[in-house]
Design a protein around this ligand. Structure first.
Ligand code: FE2
Length: 377
């Protein structure tokens, strides 16, 4: 009875399909998604009801990534291994909620999420299992893996993105914003735009600040940023960049790929906007710019454990790394992998922070309490 109810839920549950991360040239709502969900739901039910077709190897993937280039990434894996990938796409919160609701009956084998704060949350909620892999240890720097549980980390970075400051070239000099701490400087009163403090991208940035500055200085800094806001936090990172271009704010915070997207936009207005806005990689003279990840995890109740590991190891290969990074204007997590992305090349090389993303994730709970205290919505 439980199984049947789960089956019905799987096929019929409305999946969140709003794509905060969607490239601008793609529809934000994917019409494919409900169909995939229905098919996968039905497939899972068939698997429960009758033995699977003999020897067909499958991998059930829950992904918060949703870029066209990822299609080729999956197709290449199937070609190389014969393992068919069933995919459920939803946003990160939707995937975490779904895994919780499905519990032990979940068909998920591998989960792809964006941001260390969310990966850490999934680990805390017991949704993943550790994975020990010599390939991953060799390819992915320890800084970008979850904390080692003794049986390996519970999640592994597959691409990186930097959190940078953009500014109005007419009103601000880059040296005014070349540290994150300067976002709280009195000179920028009423001029800073940033999305919600509680969004994972900001929780992670602030978690990194907490690691570096300690609790007192971090909370004072957060209070200073709130005092400097040009408007109450709203919208995504791209909206903050647009706010700078429109003169509503002089300074804003964004992940690199959003800016790179605008740089490569087909719209002349977007490219015009980019020309008015400068970009700074903060902390180049200090700790380095805050860098986050998108990452992969083996699901707690994975039925295809071996295929799951094979897939995650595949994602760390040179070709997969290039596709993962270029598809969303991100950076490869594996050192030395070359990409060809004119926008990222134009943004240039930069020094990254070295704080482990696992520490950043673990700090986000304390950060949320600070945000509540200083009224950073
Ligand atoms: Fe994003």
């Amino acid at each position: 009875m439980t199984i049947i109810r789960n089956c019905i839920n799987m096929g019929a549950s409305p999946i969140q399909t709003l794509r905060e991360d969607a490239p601008m040239n793609q529809p934000r709502i994917s019409p494919r998604v409900p169909l995939i969900a229905a098919v996968l739901g039905a497939a899972a039910c068939l698997a429960f009801a009758a033995p699977a077709r003999a020897q067909e190897k499958v991998l059930n993937l829950y992904s918060a990534r949703h870029y066209q280039t990822d299609e080729a990434l999956y197709a290449n894996f199937t070609k190389a291994t014969g393992i068919r990938i069933n995919r459920v796409e939803a946003d990160d919160a939707g995937i975490l909620a779904r895994l919780k609701a499905e519990g032990a009956a979940s068909p998920a084998d591998v989960i792809l999420l964006v941001d260390a704060a969310r990966l850490w949350r999934g680990e805390q909620d017991g949704l993943f299992q550790p994975m020990k892999s010599a390939v991953v240890e060799r390819r992915v720097p320890a800084q970008f893996r979850g904390a080692d549980t003794g049986q390996g980390p519970q999640w592994i970075g597959i691409s990186t993105r930097a959190r940078v400051v953009v500014y109005d070239k007419a009103r601000v000099k880059p040296e005014q914003v070349d540290t994150y701490e300067e976002l709280a400087a009195p000179a920028l009163k009423g001029q800073v735009c940033i999305r919600s403090g509680s969004h994972p991208y900001n929780l992670s940035l602030f978690g990194s600040m907490l690691e570096r500055l300690g609790p007192q200085r971090t909370e004072a800094w957060l209070k200073g940023v709130v005092d400097n806001l040009a408007r109450p936090p709203r919208g995504g990172d791209t909206d903050q960049i647009r706010g700078v271009a429109a003169g509503e704010c002089a300074v804003a915070v964004t992940n690199t790929y959003y800016f790179a997207r605008l740089m490569q936009s087909g719209s002349a207005a977007d490219r015009d906007l980019v020309a008015r806005v400068g970009v700074v990689f903060p902390e180049q003279a200090g700790a380095g710019t805050h860098v986050n990840i998108s990452g992969a995890a083996v699901a707690r109740n994975a039925k295809n454990r071996e295929a799951a590991q094979q897939f995650i190891e595949y994602l760390t290969g040179d070709d997969a790394q290039r596709m993962l990074a270029d598809g969303n204007n991100e950076y490869p997590v594996v050192p030395g992998v070359r990409t060809e992305n004119p926008a990222l090349a134009a943004l240039g090389r930069f020094k990254s922070e070295t704080v482990p993303v696992a520490r950043v994730g673990a700090n986000t709970a304390a950060v949320q309490q600070m945000l509540d205290r200083v009224g950073f919505r």
